[in-house]
Design a protein around this ligand. Structure first.
Ligand SMILES: C[S@@+](CC[C@H](N)C(=O)[O-])C[C@H]1O[C@@H](n2cnc3c(N)ncnc32)[C@H](O)[C@@H]1O
Length: 312
């Protein structure tokens, strides 16, 4: 059972929570919140239950009660697996953090891994890997083969599949072990390892096991930067990873007029074109090409994105 859906450990509280979920699914969010609050009277420290109560209260339009619940959750959930810090920021009750909590992102994708490919490609029209492959084909030599492509935030391997035909060796790195296990099944990667792009190059996991610096002539990050927030640590890792002349190909959600990056109600981050352009220049990259495209759908609406191709 995923950490995001774990039981309270109390049979009666679990039954009330089930009933609350049914009420929520039926659209009676206020009743769902009331029943969930009763469940929590039996298990006051149940963090997954507090997260659900906050959601039902928010859906019922009782924002102040949702904020109070999230503040309580924030105090209980030390690793912030339920992302109370992000939700409080979205509700205007706290400053947005520069990065999402790592345990939240890891647990989110661990619980998503089994359904990811079907959900993204069949229902959400996900196309970031294909769009990035298209930009690479247009803006760089279409016949160029790459010695080593590193796929950052490789997930289940949809991005690796889009590039494996042009590379001699493909390495994939991701925070979520369950996503990596799915990528392994696709059998397109020569190497897969857990890594955290928000850590320094020394700690990230990209250079462990004797893996060299400046080894890649293509680095790809498809639909990953929206889970990072501030991009300085990512750029330090890419800087350490990429060989002179190598290409860095990635997508962001379009932050429009924001100055740097902004936290969205989806709990993902969107980035401003200028922020990315400045960071690339400061890290010694030249922007070779960029494009705008819908990366996928969210709640039925297209998600506007920016695709970047930069050269070291
Ligand atoms: C939307 S998926 C995209 C996966 C893949 N690139 C694709 O195109 O299908 C985002 C991936 O980024 C990974 N991720 C998020 N934050 C990360 C971090 N700090 N370090 C490494 N991977 C991360 C997630 O675990 C997830 O697998």
């Amino acid at each position: 059972m995923s950490v995001l859906s774990h039981s309270s450990g109390d049979l009666i509280a679990d039954r009330r929570a089930d009933y609350a979920r049914m009420l929520d699914e039926a659209g009676d969010h206020a009743a769902a919140a009331e029943v969930m609050a009763q469940a929590l009277e039996l298990c006051p420290d149940w963090t997954a239950g507090l997260a659900l109560l906050a959601t039902y209260r928010e859906r019922a339009g009782d924002i102040q009660a949702a904020i109070r619940t999230l503040e309580r959750l924030d105090g209980e959930d030390k690793d912030d697996v339920f992302a109370a810090s992000l939700k409080l920021a979205v509700l205007g009750a706290a400053e947005p953090p520069a990065h999402p909590p790592g345990r939240y992102v890891e647990a989110l994708f661990d619980s998503y891994a089994d359904h990811f490919d079907a959900a993204l490609t069949e229902r959400l029209d996900y196309n970031a890997p294909a769009r990035l492959a298209g930009l690479l084909a247009r803006a760089a030599d279409p016949d160029q083969r790459f010695r080593l492509c590193v796929d950052l935030g490789c997930g289940t391997g949809l991005s690796g599949e889009a590039f494996c035909g042009r590379v001699d060796r493909l390495e994939g790195f991701d925070l979520s072990l369950n996503m990596l296990a799915k990528a392994e099944e696709k059998a397109v990667y020569d190497h897969l390892t857990q890594a955290d792009l928000l850590l320094s190059p020394r700690e990230s996991g990209l250079f462990s096991e004797g893996f060299a610096r400046e080894r890649a002539d293509l680095v790809v990050a498809a639909d990953v930067l929206m889970y990072l927030g501030a991009l300085e640590s990512l750029m330090a890792n890419v800087d350490a990873l990429i060989a002179q002349g190598g290409l860095f190909l990635f997508s962001v959600e379009d932050g429009g007029d924001c100055e740097t990056f902004t936290l969205l109600p989806s709990l993902r981050y969107a980035h401003a074109f200028c922020y990315v352009e400045t960071l690339l220049a400061e890290t010694g990259f030249t922007l070779k090409a960029h494009g705008r495209a819908a990366l996928r759908k969210d709640a039925g609406a297209p998600v506007p994105g920016i695709l970047f191709l930069a050269q070291r």
